[in-house]
Design a protein around this ligand. Structure first.
Ligand code: COA
Length: 165
């Protein structure tokens, strides 16, 4: 994956199958249900929701979907293809979500992450997210007991608003 070849753009209505494939590739091996194109279409059609896709000529790399409601935003998912991990795509998707959410007026960005998901927890910590709670047995697993979720929060900057206040 060379930097010049890799593009991040808004997820569109024509990208639903590609986004569903990325989600499935990332989450099914973790014992979770992959989202269908209908699941993703439903989310993107709901108010305040957007997605981002990272792609290269050689194929799709990652996807993220987030929602803003009033002054709170939520990361709904982020998934990077197993073939393209540890090359910065996850960080790049999160940076796009953080910038978008701040511009859309959110003051805080929340997310839930599996207690048993050190890669994602490390990514979020490195971006400044703090752990603010825990939800017991939050993630159903196809096999084994459900996993706890950690709730994480990031305070967002909005230069125009912060200058006014
Ligand atoms: C979590 C995920 C999105 C990270 O994507 P990625 O493109 O590999 O992440 P990046 O390359 O941008 O990594 C950024 C930082 O995250 C941390 N990180 C990412 N993967 C890691 C791993 N396997 N182990 C430890 N830290 C990891 C590191 O701090 C890394 O920085 P570094 O490479 O400079 O050390 C990816 O592993 C994934 O799709 N996992 C399955 C789905 C998932 O768990 N989604 C999140 C659900 S809440």
């Amino acid at each position: 994956m060379t930097e010049g070849d890799v593009v991040l753009r808004t997820l569109g209505a024509l990208d639903l199958d590609r986004a569903a494939r990325l989600h499935r590739e990332a989450f099914v091996p973790m014992g979770e249900r992959g989202w269908t194109r209908q699941d993703i279409a439903g989310l993107l059609a709901s108010p305040g929701t957007t997605g981002f896709l990272v792609e290269a000529k050689a194929g799709d790399i990652g996807v993220a979907i987030a929602r803003v409601a009033a002054d709170e935003a939520e990361l709904l998912t982020v998934a990077v293809s197993p073939r393209h991990r540890r090359q910065g795509a996850g960080r790049r998707l999160l940076a796009a979500v953080i910038e978008w959410a701040g511009r859309a007026g959110a003051r805080t960005l929340f997310l839930e992450v599996g207690f048993d998901n050190p890669a994602a927890r490390r990514l979020y910590q490195s971006l400044g997210f703090a752990e603010v709670g825990r939800r017991a047995a939050y993630y159903a697993r196809v096999e084994g007991p459900p996993a706890d979720a950690i709730v994480m929060r990031l305070t967002l900057k909005n230069e125009e608003r912060d200058a006014r206040e």
